[in-house]
Design a protein around this ligand. Sequence first.
Ligand SMILES: Cc1cc2nc3c(=O)[nH]c(=O)nc-3n(C[C@H](O)[C@H](O)[C@H](O)COP(=O)(O)O)c2cc1C
Length: 216
Amino acid sequence: MELIHALRSNGAVRSFTDRPVDDATLHAVLDTARFAPSGGNRQPWRVAIVRDLDTRHEMGGLMRAVWEEYVGANATGVTAFAFGRSIDAPPIAAPNALLDEIETVPVVLAIAADLHHIAMMDGNLERPPVTGGASIYPFCWSILLAAREHGLGGVLTTFLSREEPAIAPRLGLPTDHALVATIFLGYPTHQNTKLTRHPVNSFATIDRFDGDSFDA
Ligand SMILES: Cc1cc2nc3c(=O)[nH]c(=O)nc-3n(C[C@H](O)[C@H](O)[C@H](O)COP(=O)(O)O)c2cc1C
């Protein structure tokens, strides 16, 4: 697939056919994703391919509670989990087809990052650090792009990261690793290629973040 087209049309896929993804295809996806950049080329990623149904069930239950907290927070109009904070809003039960089907989704990947191999360049500041994620999320995005080339679709999720301590024993997550994402993959029932995104002049400015909008 042409790169620009893929970059502009790789929408989240949360519904999959029951066609299995064979190991050779999944291996090829990971074998491409490993060329992602990371700070100092430390390649901090670890991937657990979660097949065990009890584990998936437990993951789904933990994710559902976070999902309902998220829906409840969104209903108040604030950005849910901004700065990592919970807000005092009641959870709202809402359907989530992805979680309902977690046991049958063709591929579930738990992605972890080895914190010894992440340079947290803004870890010294009085706000939550974010630069560490830049050493692991390009790898995650490369998984989704490489998957697309194989006719697969998927979605990166972070709801389980909020429950990392609860799921860590089941996944054998080392104490010095962070659970950064859960990625779902499969053959899409529908690939959304018409994505809604803000235009360049809404986020790019000249010289300063309060400078003139950049337009061409
Ligand atoms: C860092 C990150 C975290 C995300 N976490 C979740 C999540 O927990 N659950 C979920 O269903 N989708 C999650 N998503 C998917 C986003 O909802 C999706 O990328 C966004 O809404 C754009 O969707 P679109 O590409 O189909 O337009 C996450 C995406 C990113 C990049």
